[in-house]
Design a protein around this ligand. Sequence first.
Ligand SMILES: *Cc1c(COP(=O)(O)O)cnc(C)c1O
Ligand SMILES: [Zn+2]
Length: 415
Amino acid sequence: MSYVRYLQCRLCGQTYEAKPLAACESCWAPLEVVYDYGRIWSDLRREEIAQRPANLWRYRELLPLEEDPQVGLHTGFTPLVSASRLARALGIREVYLKNDSVNHPTLSFKDRVVAVALNKAREFGFDVVGCSSTGNLANAVAAQAAAGGFKAFIFIPADLEAEKIIGTLVYGATLVKIEGNYDQVNRLCSEIAQKYNWGIVNVNLRSYYAEGSKTVGYEVAEQLGWRLPENIVVPMAGGALITKIRKAFDELQKLGWVEQAAPRFFGAQASGCSPITTAAKAGTSEIVPQKPKTIVKSLAIGNPSDGYFASEAIRASGGAGEDVTDEEVVEGIQLLAETEGIFAETAGGVTVAVARKLIRDGRLNSNESVVLVITGNGLKTIAAVSGAVRESETIRPKLADFEDVFLGSPTEATA
Ligand SMILES: *Cc1c(COP(=O)(O)O)cnc(C)c1O
Ligand SMILES: [Zn+2]
């Protein structure tokens, strides 16, 4: 029932049967799922998609499942919000927010990739799944594994936010906290995937998992009325999301579902972990690994596995990579919340703050429109803003106290 032809190495082009495989066996580059677009084109019209339920499976022909999905049935099709107050604050004609801070079930874009990966895990016969994670992936794997009846092992750096740790444990997953950064956690996870017959979503299920990110691109295009955006700002950790949104836009053009267009990709990182934007700024795709030091833990991958391709996507599109300080991240979170009523996590603060910087510098054209991809929910990174929000006073339960403290004085208030 699937339209998958094979897996193909992004670098050397070698093809593989669609099996659980971590990377190309000769050059270790990521493997890309290749579809039979001719058959999709003749079998499916975009009008048919519009009739389907509002979740990511409305694009199932472009996803690598052989059977009907069993888990993650309500994930995806998050709102695309027209954000005129934020646009005015940023000084640009039009802003749209792709709001994955309300994705089902764990409030981040990672629910998409996990929905695809766990269905694939079931097809391959894995009973145990797992991941290495900077937080949101841990939440998504733990929740969807619980709902799908899998046993889950989750590997994280020990210093993650409390919300992300509790938001993993509550689902009954086995959480392995590791003294080390994400890159060290990921290395251990690869060893474990090799030794045990487990489905590790971002190791041996990676090529399927990453396909879930394409649905952000399909949804943005569909929600814009089957049109590609002029500009899009995407936060980057490993660099898969931005690469896959590019693939989604390419596929939609190939299928003739959108007009040919040349959207510019802007990649966003925190300055304290900016291997991809550093490369993009230097005009190269060669990534020099960094040791992360930032409050933006969800994006803190110092040696990003799709970094090369992310930088390439940015540069080929005529966009740019940019990064912002932790202070600017907090301002970005507050600006988004105060103008649009959306509370994003630190990665969302990165996206908004990078957009602001690009618009100020004239690198994002103020006469154009831009889509900002908001990937996670602010309730998961409370500490980032707890020192920045205005303190409120506690009063006695008396009208006079309220007027004194909050309205200045009683006479003024009634005058
Ligand atoms: C994982 C993550 C990203 C980036 O994903 P990559 O595909 O690794 O670049 C962005 N935002 C949030 C909140 C994430 O958790
Ligand atoms: Zn290869």
